[in-house]
Design a protein around this ligand. Sequence first.
Ligand SMILES: Cc1cc2nc3c(=O)[nH]c(=O)nc-3n(C[C@H](O)[C@H](O)[C@H](O)COP(=O)(O)O)c2cc1C
Length: 212
Amino acid sequence: MSNLIEQLQWRYAAKKMDPSKPVASEKVERILEAIRLTATSSGLQPYEVIVVTNDSLREQIVPHAWNQAQITDGSHLLVFAAWNDYTEERINTMFDLVNDERGFVNEGWENYRKMLLATYPMRDAEVNYQHAARQAYIGLGTALIAAAEEGVDSTPMEGFDPEKVDEILGLKERGLRSVILLPLGYRAEEGDWLKDLKKVRRPKEQFITEMK
Ligand SMILES: Cc1cc2nc3c(=O)[nH]c(=O)nc-3n(C[C@H](O)[C@H](O)[C@H](O)COP(=O)(O)O)c2cc1C
């Protein structure tokens, strides 16, 4: 079996983490870099990752996240926070960065910029946020794989009140909305009902359709 598949078999959404085992910062850095390098629609990267290690902030979040203790028992809490809207400024900043980094202006790319500028900013902010949030989920998927590859446990969490988390972390003022939480840590030897249970997935035939 490939190492990646083995690690994906190993990973699970840890229900209890061991607070005495922090994740080494080099591992966290590599997980964050994997997220930064993943794909987003039009390359806009319309979300940010907030890394919360501050105990008080994490303690404040727990009651608004179904009291899920992995948030404080893990050592790092990643918060995927999507842009609340696509503005002209945000789109231009990203296209300008590409031009600056590549050192030339490409006509096709500029036409694509114009097309996005003529489409996204005038759409309803909620539609734009939903699109940005979908990009954050791609980041989440990448983070889950990167953490598994590093032998780090994680728990993807939709079970929280985004408005409260936005308030606690001051995200609204930054034009961001929390989409998903991902505590990182190590599974606790005791007290995790899921730790030794079989990973269950639909059989391949029910999941993949081959059209030859
Ligand atoms: C988007 C998303 C949201 C989730 N929210 C929670 C959550 O709030 N709490 C939790 O314990 N697990 C949560 N999970 C974990 C899933 O229940 C879990 O990934 C699924 O049952 C598959 O099992 P495994 O990841 O342990 O292999 C979430 C997973 C995803 C992908």
